[in-house]
Design a protein around this ligand. Structure first.
Ligand SMILES: Nc1nc2c(ncn2[C@@H]2O[C@H](COP(=O)(O)OP(=O)(O)OP(=O)(O)O)[C@@H](O)[C@H]2O)c(=O)[nH]1
Ligand SMILES: [Mg+2]
Ligand SMILES: [Zn+2]
Length: 361
C-alpha cells in the first residue's frame, strides 16, 4: 500500500512543505484513543503519541489530530512508537461544539453552556453519510442539523435512511427528507434485508474517504460490515423500544476497503451542537432564505406583516412550520456561538495583555 492509496495527493504534498523536516515522514491517522494514535505510513502501521511541543502549542485549542488527518511523524531507530510532530492543513473537517454535560440550560429552544471550542470529529472526508433509522429514532430536525454541519465541513453530504424493513411507509419518509435535503442525495435502505443497499457501491471510489455519522443505534457499523461482507465492527441491538442505542462503537476508526475507498466508523453522537457560521445555516436552508428575501419588508419578523413570503409559503404548504422553526433555532444557535467566540477571544487577549503586564489585575 502506498500513501496515495490512502488519499495522499498534491494538496497534502503542498501542505507538507510547512512541516517537512529532515527525518520526518508523512502519515495518516487511522485510529485514535485519547492520546494514543494508530497511523499508516510508508512502512505500514505504527502507534504514535503527540510530541511534547505539539501538545504545548495546540493542546489548549483542542486542535489535536483526529482520524483522517495527515501528520508529520518522527520515527526514531530502535523505538517502536512514532512521535507526531505536526498536523497538515485539512481539506475538510466535520466539527461540532462539544456536547454539554451537566448544568445545561435551554433558552428559546437553544442549548446554552458548554465550552466554546471546536471539536473535530473526523478530517479529510470526501463523502459524509448522515445515517438515520426509519424507526422510533427518526427526526427531521436532527437531519437538518446534520446537513448544516456537513455542509460546512466541505465534504459531500449523503443521507441514508436505514432500517426500511421496520417502516410500513418508507416512501413517505423519503419524500419528506428529499424536500429538506435540497440537492443532496437521499437513499432509503435496509441493510438487514439488503434492499436498496447496492446504492452504496456508487460511492466506493478508490482513494476516497467516506465517513458514517449519526445517532447511536442507527446502523452505522452494520452498514460498514455489510460493505465489507464481514464483521469489521461490533454491532448491538438497541437498548430501548424508542430506538435509542447504547453506544456500541466507542472510538472513530478508518478501514481500507478492497475497492480502494476508505470507510470511517464513528461512535453515535448524543448531540450535534453547531460549530459553523450563519452562512452554513443559510446554505442548508436556502429555500427559507430565498423566501425571506421575497418578504415585502426587509426587516420582516414573519409574524404580522403583510406581504410576508414565509407566512404565505407556510399557508400554501410550500414550507412547513417545523422547518421554519428549526431554521430560526439553528440561526440563533450560530449567533450565540459567534457571540461566545468573540467573548472568548476578548478574554484571551486580555489575559495575554495581563501576562505581559499591560493590565493590572
Ligand atoms: N431491522 C433492522 N435493524 C438494523 C438495520 N441496520 C442495523 N440494524 C440493527 O440496529 C442495531 C444497531 O446497529 P449498529 O450498527 O450497532 O448501530 P451504530 O449506528 O453503529 O451504533 P453506535 O456504534 O452505538 O453508534 C443492531 O442491532 C443492528 O442489527 C436494518 O436495516 N434493519
Ligand atoms: Mg457502531
Ligand atoms: Zn416575512
Amino acid at each position: 500500500m502506498t500513501l496515495e492509496d490512502y488519499g495522499w495527493d498534491e494538496y497534502f504534498e503542498k501542505a507538507y512543505i510547512h512541516c517537512k523536516q529532515k527525518d520526518y515522514l508523512p502519515a495518516r491517522v487511522i485510529m485514535r484513543n485519547r492520546d494514543y494514535y494508530t497511523l499508516i505510513y510508508e512502512n505500514g502501521c505504527i502507534n504514535a503519541k503527540l510530541s511534547g511541543r505539539f501538545k504545548h502549542t495546540y493542546g489548549f485549542n483542542s486542535i489535536a489530530p483526529v482520524v483522517g488527518d495527515w501528520v508529520a511523524i518522527y520515527v526514531r531507530d530502535g523505538v517502536s512508537d512514532a512521535v507526531i510532530q505536526g498536523l497538515l492543513s485539512r481539506k475538510t473537517c466535520f466539527s461540532r461544539k462539544p456536547a454539554v454535560s451537566g448544568g445545561r440550560k435551554i433558552r428559546n429552544g437553544v442549548i446554552q453552556g458548554g465550552e466554546t471550542v471546536e471539536q473535530v470529529l473526523a478530517a479529510n472526508i470526501d463523502t459524509v453519510f448522515i445515517v438515520s433509522g426509519l424507526d422510533g429514532n427518526f427526526n427531521i430536525s436532527r437531519i437538518e442539523r446534520y446537513l448544516t454541519v456537513a455542509g460546512s465541513s466541505g465534504a459531500r453530504p449523503v443521507i441514508i435512511l436505514n432500517k426500511a424493513d421496520l417502516c410500513s411507509n418508507p416512501e413517505e419518509f423519503l419524500i419528506q427528507i428529499e424536500r429538506i435535503a435540497l440537492n443532496n442525495p437521499v437513499h432509503c435502505i435496509s441493510v438487514f434485508t439488503g434492499a436498496g443497499a447496492e446504492v452504496l457501491n456508487n460511492y466506493m471510489e478508490a482513494g476516497k474517504t467516506l465517513a458514517f455519522l449519526g445517532s447511536s443505534g442507527v446502523g452505522k457499523s452494520t452498514i460498514i460490515n455489510f460493505m465489507f461482507g464481514e464483521e469489521k465492527q461490533t454491532t448491538k441491538t438497541t437498548s430501548t423500544a424508542n430506538g435509542k442505542g447504547r453506544h456500541t462503537t466507542t472510538c472513530t476508526e478508518l478501514f481500507m476497503h478492497e475497492s480502494g475507498c476508505m470507510l470511517i466508523d464513528t461512535p453515535g453522537l448524543r448531540e450535534l451542537k453547531l460549530w459553523c457560521d450563519e452562512k452554513a445555516v443559510e446554505e442548508s436552508f436556502r429555500d427559507v432564505k430565498d423566501l425571506v428575501s421575497q418578504c415585502k419588508f426587509s426587516d420582516c419578523t414573519h409574524e404580522k406583516e403583510s406581504g410576508c413570503a414565509i407566512k404565505d409559503a407556510i399557508q400554501n404548504g410550500q414550507l412547513s412550520q417545523e422547518r421554519f422553526e428549526n431554521f430560526k433555532k439553528l440561526y440563533s444557535e450560530v449567533k450565540d456561538l459567534e457571540a461566545r467566540k468573540k467573548q472568548k477571544e476578548l478574554y484571551i487577549a486580555r489575559a495575554r495583555k495581563r501576562e505581559r503586564g499591560g493590565i493590572q489585575k
